[in-house]
Design a protein around this ligand. Structure first.
Ligand SMILES: [Zn+2]
Length: 429
């Protein structure tokens, strides 16, 4: 049995959690409220053998909350353990549901902000799917930066208007200027977030018509639902709409939009740089992408979703008890089904599944994982060590229950199962 365990608060060493300054606002102190021990430091890096998956490096995760800015982070996070590289299979680009969402977001942004013919720099572009969409939908030129980019997978008629750099973004890329700075599902992997956003603001300099387009997971839903499977080692930084908006404003950006999308799972935020302080006075930016187009005025007043500090503090306070209940629910459900001799599989071979399995300490209760990404098949998930196979293998396996790691895919998964003549019970998390 693997030794993962979750601890109630109060059993952790006070010396380790006391006096940690917030890495986001650099003012508040982090109050710890959740801990899970011995989890794999990577959950998207799949292993070629079960042995290597089981012996994958582990660390503890301890979430702290800053009552001053609302930020949540793993205060034990050690960035040195990470190896972001081409073997990272983080892409969700094989799901029709996710593809449709990403494509519609790209289309909305291009149309709403008049981005036809403009240039875009995407920080943390992954395999480049979104950047390709932006350029295919009319943007003039795209530059993507990500250590996990794989050139061989690029397949688009607009390839000549795209450039990719296999690296982490830093100030040495200040010369890569673009009309739009896009950053999706990346900020949650970065610590400290305050200095990262300030660095981006410095690289933009006085180009006040630059547009900032960011998307990342919303932790408010994770707190409210005790969705512990959305808490894992790669994600060191957790935002709500309010804490993200405060970070943007504090590091020199005004806001253009602040929304929850993808069934409320992701925060979508747009901003524009504010003029650097001049004689002790801040001057509002003229508005993003204003050259020759109607300016979109930034919002100096608060947008809906910004003032959530008290709400988030209340959800953080309730989280430990809620988590204990949700954990107990899943353990009794899964162990009960196992006692009845039911065959269980998990649908989704990504980070959520790894966190679900390792936080609950599941082993033989789950037969294996299925995933629609063919690059994952035949590999093993770090920590728990389960095999990842193609959905087609279910035809022969005939599971009784499918634990679905993302309810947003329920329709898509049910259709795929029915097309194989299968009708198992689907248990969405
Ligand atoms: Zn803070």
């Amino acid at each position: 049995m693997i030794a993962e365990q979750t601890l109630p608060l109060g059993k952790s060493s006070p010396s380790e959690s006391a006096n940690v300054t917030c890495p986001n606002c650099e003012q508040g102190r982090m109050q710890t409220f959740y801990e899970v021990r011995n989890i794999p430091v990577h959950s998207v890096l799949l292993m070629p053998t079960r042995e290597r998956a089981l012996s994958y490096p582990r660390r503890d995760l301890r979430l702290g909350f800053c009552a001053k800015c609302g930020f949540i982070s793993n205060i034990l996070f050690d960035p040195k353990v990470h190896e972001y590289s081409t073997s990272c299979e983080e892409t969700q680009g094989f799901s029709p549901t996710f593809n449709a969402f990403a494509r519609s977001l790209a289309k909305r942004w291009v149309e709403q902000y008049h981005l036809q013919g403009r240039s875009v720099l995407e920080i943390g572009c992954g395999k480049g799917e979104f950047l390709v969409s932006m350029v295919e939908l009319g943007m003039g030129r795209g530059i993507g930066i990500d250590p996990a980019f794989v050139p061989e997978r690029l397949n688009t008629p607009v390839a000549s208007r795209l450039e990719f750099i296999q690296d982490l973004y830093s100030e040495k890329y200040t010369h890569l200027q673009a009309d739009v700075v896009c950053c999706r599902h990346t900020l949650e992997h970065i610590s400290p977030t305050g200095s990262f956003m300030s660095m981006i603001r410095r690289t933009i300099g006085d180009r006040l018509d630059t547009l900032m387009l960011f998307e990342l997971p919303d932790v408010f839903r994770v707190l409210r639902e005790a969705a512990f499977w959305d808490i894992y080692y790669e994600h060191c930084s957790y935002f709500t709409t309010g804490s993200l908006a405060r970070l943007f404003r504090r590091t020199g950006f005004d806001l253009l939009e602040l929304e929850l999308e993808y069934d409320g799972q992701y925060i979508v935020i747009a901003g524009s740089p504010r003029a650097i302080m001049s004689e002790g006075r801040e001057v509002a930016a003229a508005g993003a992408i204003s050259r020759g187009k109607p300016a979109i005025a930034p919002s100096l007043a608060s947008l809906p979703g910004e003032n959530d500090l008290e709400l988030v503090a209340a959800e953080v306070a309730r989280f430990p008890e809620r988590f204990a209940n949700v954990k107990q629910h899943w353990l009794s459900t899964i162990n009960g089904l196992g006692a009845e001799g039911k065959k269980l599989i998990v649908w989704g071979g990504g980070s959520k599944a790894v966190s679900f399995l390792t936080t609950l300490g599941l082993n033989e209760q789950i037969d294996y994982l299925v995933d629609i990404n063919p690059h994952n098949h035949g590999k093993f998930v770090p920590g728990a060590g389960h095999a990842v196979k193609s959905p087609e293998t279910l035809k022969a396996h005939r599971p009784d229950c499918v634990i679905l790691m993302n309810p947003v895919y329920e329709k898509e998964v049910r259709t795929q199962l029915q097309n194989m003549g299968l009708n198992p019970t689907i248990l969405p998390v």
